[in-house]
Structure formats: C-alpha cells, structure tokens
Design a protein around this ligand. Sequence first.
Ligand code: FAD
Length: 462
Amino acid sequence: MTVSVVLFTCDLRLHDHPPLHTALERSREVVPLFVRDRAVDAAGFAAPNRLAFLADCLADLDAGLRERGGRLVLRSGNLADEVGKVVTETGAQEVHLAADHSAHARRREEQLGALLQTLGCRLTVHDTVNTVVAPGTVTPASSDHFAVFTPYHRHWAQQPMRTPLSAPRTVRVPEGVGSEPLPVRGYITGVSPALAAGGEWPAREQLSAWLRSGLGEYEDGHDDLGGDRTSRLSPHLHFGTLSPVECVQRALRKGGAGAEAFVRQLAWRDFHRQVLAARPDAAKRNYRSQHDRWRTSVSARRDFEAWQEGRTGYPVIDAAMRQLRHEGWMHNRGRLLTASFLTKTLYVDWRVGAEYFLSLLVDGDVANNQLNWQWMAGTGTDSRPNRVLNPVTQAKRYDPDGVYTRRWVPELADVAAPFVHEPWKLQGLERAAIDDYPDPIVDLADGLARFKRARAGRDDAP
Ligand code: FAD
C-alpha cells in the first residue's frame, strides 16, 4: 500500500490515534486531512466558541505533524466530495476514519463509503477512538441499547480495553497535495471572552495536572460550584484532543475513590453515545414519547430571554448562565440547575434550551447535550422524570458560602450567605443596595404546581 488518507473529525490528536497508527503501518505515505464540512455550518452547529477552539486544535495538530515531517491538509466543502478529490489526486487506496454516531455523521459516512467504492478505495472506520466502549458492544438481552445507566456501567466496566498507542515518530505526506490556509482564532468573532485554549498539547498538559492534583479530591469536590474542582476536560474530549481510553487508563493507574468517580463520568459519556447510536432521533424528539406540550406564550418567551440573559432573579441560575456566556462552558451542577429551571419551573421546551447551550458551549456535543437536556426535562432516560431541582436549596447545598454566585453576579457581591441565594428576603437599605438585580420572574411554588398539572396531563396546563 502506498498512500492512505486519515480523515480527522472529532479526534484531533496524534497520541492514541488508531486510524493514523493503522494507516502508517500499512502505507508509505499518509494524507492527514481535515474537511471543514459545510453541512455542519449549514445546520447551525458551527458556533463561534467551537470554531475558535477548533482553530487552535487544527493549528496544534498541524504543528505536531510538522515536527514529524508531515503537515495537515485542510479542505472545505461537502465532506465526501472533498475526500474523494484527495483520493483521486493522490491515488490513495484507503481512507481511515474514527467512528461517530450522530445521525449526521452516519449519513456522511454512508455517502463517503459509497463514493469511495466507485473510486476503488476502501473505507475503514475505527471504533474506540472517541469512546472507551463502542456503542452496541454491550447491550441488554431485550434491547439494542441500555436505557438505564447503572447496569450499563456495570457491563461497561468489565469490557477489555485496548492499550493506548503512542504518537507516531514520523509522518510522510505525499508531495503537492494542496491545502487551504488554517483558520486563525483571532479572526473569529462572537467568541466568549474567557474561552479556553484548544489543541492536543494544552490538553495533555491539563490532563497531567488534573491527574496530579485534581483527581484525588474529585469525589468530594465535583459538585462544589465555588471550588470549581472538576477536570474541565470536556472540550478536549469533545474535539478528541484527548483519548478517552487514555484518560481512563491513566486515572485508573492513579487509583482511589476520585479516579473511580471520574471514570464513572467518562462512562456517562459512552452511555449517551450508545443511546444516540440506537435512537438518533433523540437529538430532536423526546426519547420517551410523552410530555411533549410546552409553554409557547409571549410570557414563556420573556421567561426564556430572562433565563438566557441571567436575569431570572434566582442568583445561582443567573450565575451559571453568565458563566456560560463568559467562558463558553458551565459547571455540571449549573447545567443541571439551569436545565431543570427552564424545563420544569418555567416549562419551556428542552429543545429551546439545548439549542441555546449548543450556541455557546465549547464542549457542545449532540449526544451529551441533547440527552442530558432530555434527562433533566424528564423526557429522556432519567428513572425519576418528575424530580424538580429547587435552585435555592441546591444553591445553599452546593455553593454554601455564595462564592460561585458572587463571582458571576456582581450585583450581589456584597450580600452575605445565605441571603445571596434569596436576595428578595433582604429588607430596607440592604434591599435598596441591590435594586439593579431583578426580582424572581416566577414563584417556585407556582412553577411546581404548573409542572405537576402539566405532567398530570391537565388541559389547563401548561
Ligand atoms: P468532569 O466532571 O471532570 O467529568 C469528566 C468528563 O466526563 C467530562 O469532561 C465529560 O466528558 C464526561 N461527563 C461528565 N459528566 C457527564 C454527563 N452528565 N454526561 C456525559 N458525559 C459526562 N457534556 C459535554 O461534554 N457536552 C455537552 O454539550 C454537555 N451538555 C450538557 C447539558 C446539560 C443540560 C447537562 C446537565 C450536562 C451536559 N454535559 C455536557 C455533561 C457535563 O455537564 C459536562 O460534561 C461537564 O460539566 C464537563 O465538565 P468537566 O470536563 O469538568 O467534567
């Protein structure tokens, strides 16, 4: 075999990269290719934060390839057509690609497979590049996927895991393959001011630092909003600058309760992927086909806008929404609370919230985002679909000193706990001092009563 193409998508790394490893074993020359897929742009999925992070990732991947004698080839257009052109230009006999399970990725893979067949070129799709356990590997007796996490996790943890691969020493690219210039982060507008940096090199640094000094406290600290003690590796896992297999193995080598809790979260990632692989329509439709009536009135629109802007009058909700805008990322507890608030307290359709998250989240991911939204809306795989998170009690529990809330809601910077979570209880001058902060847009008891009426199928709700 003389030439292979390695098509990078959400696997923008050189370490532990089975498609690249196989292509280099089988071919004298390899074309490392990334196609800026116009269909992703057309579907509105190309949000500025992810484009900026992607620009970093591509620059870093190119730099890593150049250190090894190669370079990244960038094209844009229809993915299958662009790969076909590179195959024709180089006479490549194989294309290697990481498996991806969204409906869009699968359509695209089918289209590519059909085109390559006409060109006499073979497509090899590699599993466990972006998951630890590939969707469909473990299934219950009666279904093609697990709908409950605990038994899934039990089976997941027993699966044999491949050994992570090291990065290649050299990559030889055929001469004369044209490339578009790589995108530059600085030219992308609408990016969150405190967006993290992308790329395999920063990802590996961050993973090592996290394993050294964060993992040990993860079990106790992962819900501590103010302490910010989660790994923040989600954008790297989304863009594949880190291998989930490597993350799991390095964490397990460290051992302890923190490692177990962290690995369990990585299993959640695979869990949602196997649900999406079996039910690709769950990205848009209720996983459980009930409770699909939501508020659509003008007042619902106003409530949604207040939620977006971080002006609901519930400080922890507002803090989390402002963190999202500022960083393009939100703490998991914040995501749980804001999603519960929008779907259950305000009774606004989960799809509206999920779309807004996807417009900002740097780790915005169809499987994780849509299925976590469905989980919180009670339309997905949660076995307690009617639980409602109370933003005040949750704030007192997970941000007891108000550190997180005050960090993101400066109007409340001088308000002590516990009033920082219930500023409407302040009186006199203290209340007057925060008059630029809104009153609650909804009474929690009224929101709960509306939710119960709606879930009971009452005609007067939502
Ligand atoms: P850590 O706590 O350090 O966890 C390590 C890794 O495990 C994460 O990086 C992530 O890859 C995975 N993980 C953790 N929690 C979950 C979970 N509940 N489901 C699936 N994987 C998980 N995660 C995304 O990656 N992309 C999204 O678009 C996304 N949208 C979400 C929307 C809602 C409404 C909710 C409730 C959760 C969403 N999550 C999403 C899951 C989770 O909030 C983030 O993965 C996590 O906050 C990322 O921070 P971290 O890397 O510090 O996580």
